[in-house]
Design a protein around this ligand. Structure first.
Ligand code: CMC
Length: 424
């Protein structure tokens, strides 16, 4: 039975359809609101606005649940490969062995990046932020792969997707090498995706390299945990840019810029900077807790709180355990891990944080792993982007296949009334 919501305005009552999701999430379909009533909705930050109906990711913030295409995040993180999860997100089903092999091979075939991209990379100044470089190189890839823009057939879309997955790991690794002042490594197509990524990032020309299975397993988990998170800031950016038919690579480049900010993906960098600051300051976490609660102070506890999670971020739990495993395997004792754990305990027992349901989020412990792998702090958000890529692609593809209209919000104008330039 069609369920309706009634809205009354100026003595008239209007009916709007109630939309019910698979997990009983409810929304009011207001597509006809303006044409029927002349009204629009006002919702800065889109805290109450659903921008689409999506069947990719389910997130229950109250209960700390995250599922990709119906599969729980810890099931996927513990039992799948990142490329398998990428296929699942983009195409909707777990791949059969044959389909997975084909997908992996198609990605391998695209793993050469045009050599002129290296000249662009080299022209960035030393110290350029890796996220700016990554966004620029992703845009630059369009010129070298112009066929990726107009993808109005399944084959062309598939080709653009495998191209991007392949080349994005190469340029991400190159951004890392540039940040460290090291020579660039090319893709080694004999290796699986994560091992290949590890050699492109970490192999030095003067020694043999063999990847450590604890490290590759941690990288695999981290990428899976970051792979999608429904309509967050960067994903909404990807969908909205894509809705203008700007093309896949351009949409992803815009998503990278949105992810960069410290309230979004940039929080993983901000967390480590905060933990280092606390360490330099003598390690007294309580002073920083007080600052975080002081409304007259701009300081926030980075890596805490989430727009949707009002309970433990399920990703944070897995990452915390993985951080312990990686540090133990590499024999690293990092004092900032203890600072992080103390801070977490204090926050979980503090009325301010409890009342506002502020829990550690995905970014709280991920930086500790990256730091143990000697990945520079400014690279952390690039690692997030590498993980988020299949989610962005899946969301862009869904938007295209649903023929969603161009994203174009309205506004309530509050500026001057009509005036002209004639002097009185
Ligand atoms: N430290 C101290 N107070 C906080 C924090 C924090 N990290 N986060 C939220 N609050 C307070 C906030 O001041 C407000 O208090 P009051 O009700 O007294 O005004 C209340 O909690 C609600 O916060 P909000 O800013 O209205 O919530 P939001 O949904 O707009 O913001 C957030 C969510 C993630 C931007 C915010 O929690 C934050 O800034 N966290 C720190 C940055 C961070 O870790 N970002 C990574 C998010 S997870 C990765 C991703 O998906 O991007």
């Amino acid at each position: 039975m069609d369920e309706k919501i009634k809205l009354s305005y100026e003595d008239k009552v209007y009916d709007f359809p109630l939309v019910r999701g698979t997990e009983n999430e409810l929304g009011i379909d207001i597509k006809t609101l303006r044409s029927k009533t002349g009204l629009i909705t006002l919702d800065p930050g889109y805290k109450n606005t659903g921008s689409c109906v999506s069947n990719i990711t389910y997130l229950d913030g109250e209960n700390g649940v995250l599922r990709y295409r119906g599969y729980d995040i810890d099931d996927l993180a513990n039992n799948s490969s990142f490329i398998e999860v990428s296929y699942l997100l983009v195409f909707g089903e777990m791949p059969s062995e044959d389909k997975l092999t084909k997908f992996e091979n198609d990605i391998r075939k695209e793993s050469l990046v045009h050599e002129d991209i290296t000249s662009i990379l080299k022209s960035f100044p030393h110290g350029a932020h890796p996220m700016g470089v990554l966004a620029s190189l992703t845009s630059a890839l369009i010129s070298f792969n112009p066929g990726s823009v107009d993808v109005n057939s399944d084959d062309k879309m598939y080709h653009a997707i495998v191209q991007l997955i392949a080349k994005f790991s190469v340029i991400s690794a190159w951004v890392h090498r540039k940040a460290k002042g090291l020579p660039l490594n090319y893709s080694d197509n004999s290796l699986p995706y994560i091992e290949n990524l590890a050699q492109m990032m970490f192999k030095n020309p003067n020694e043999e390299y063999s990847s450590n299975s604890v490290v590759t397993s941690a990288l695999n988990k981290l990428l899976i945990l970051h792979a999608d998170h429904e309509q967050n800031c960067s994903t909404s950016t990807v969908r909205i840019v894509g809705s203008s038919e700007a093309g896949l690579f351009a949409s992803i480049s815009a998503g990278i810029s949105a992810l960069w900010g410290r309230l979004h993906g940039g929080a993983n960098q901000a967390v480590i900077e905060m933990l280092e600051l606390i360490k330099r300051d003598g390690g007294d976490t309580s002073r920083f807790m007080e600052k975080a609660k002081d409304k007259n102070h701009p300081f926030r506890l980075m890596g805490f709180g989430h727009r949707v999670y009002k309970n433990f971020d399920p990703r944070a739990k897995i990452i915390k355990k993985t951080a312990d495993e990686v540090l133990k395997d590499l024999g690293i004792v990092d004092p900032i891990l203890n600072i992080a754990k103390n801070l977490e305990q204090e926050a979980l027992n503090d009325k301010y944080f409890v009342d506002r349901k502020l829990y550690p989020n995905v970014d709280f412990y991920s930086g500790i792993i990256y730091r143990a792998l000697e990945i520079p702090t400014e690279m952390f958000t690039v690692m997030f982007a590498l993980g988020r890529l299949p989610g962005w692609i899946a969301q862009w593809r869904e938007m295209k296949l649903n023929s969603e209209p161009i994203g174009r919000p309205r506004q309530i104008y509050s500026g001057s009334k009509y005036r002209n330039t004639e002097r009185a």
